[in-house]
Design a binder for this molecule. Structure first.
Ligand SMILES: Nc1nc2c([nH]c(=O)n2[C@@H]2O[C@H](COP(=O)(O)OP(=O)(O)OP(=O)(O)O)[C@@H](O)[C@H]2O)c(=O)[nH]1
Length: 163
């Protein structure tokens, strides 16, 4: 390859026109499995659908969000649940932790916690919709890719949320 051609290709790569994208920062995220028992004694979990104008539009997820600088995971989740749902949640035990690399180069580290009790009236402040689902029905919803293993395990009863 001629020297000029090699330099042109290198410039194109630096400008993002070719070659792999540089890795994005790892996002540290917390999310909640907010649980309730229905009238038949079956456990349900609150799930949330992202709006059409958000990234990863219309996908389903568990409420939560990014941990801010100086926050602990439980503190961050308490804040997020208040911002998103208007509740004051008692953050229970951690359930699982997932590391996932999204295809756009973004990576997330997700910590899931159980929430069994909260005060305040549950109110949808940011989502397209929120609803209570039984564990068996979770795979019917189009969840974010990072959550799919967890959804399968919950639906199959492999991951127990009971005390
Ligand atoms: N809350 C929540 N976030 C999840 C789940 N699964 C999952 O991959 N995530 C990812 O974790 C990040 C949560 O951060 P966020 O809610 O504060 O951020 P966001 O989508 O508003 O995006 P942005 O603030 O980066 O623009 C998102 O990138 C989201 O796609 C989940 O079950 N719940």
């Amino acid at each position: 390859m001629k020297k000029k051609e090699a330099i042109r290709r290198l410039d194109a790569r630096r400008n993002g026109a070719a070659g792999p994208r540089p890795p994005k920062a790892l996002r540290m995220v917390v999310a909640a499995l907010i649980l309730r028992t229905d009238e038949n004694g079956c456990e349900e979990v609150l799930i949330c659908q992202r709006k059409a104008d958000q990234p990863m539009a219309l996908k389903w997820e568990f409420p939560g969000g990014k941990i801010e600088a100086g926050e602990g995971p439980e503190e961050a989740l308490h804040r997020e649940l208040n911002e998103e749902l208007g509740i004051f949640a008692e953050i229970g035990p951690p359930l699982t932790r997932i590391r996932h690399n999204y295809r756009n180069g973004g990576a997330v580290d997700l910590q899931f916690f159980i929430v069994r009790s909260f005060t305040g009236a549950l109110e949808n402040r940011i989502f397209r919709q929120i609803l209570w689902s039984g564990f068996g029905a979770l795979p019917e919803y189009d969840f974010l890719a990072a959550d799919l293993g967890l959804i399968r395990d919950l639906a199959d009863g492999k991951l127990k949320v009971s005390d």
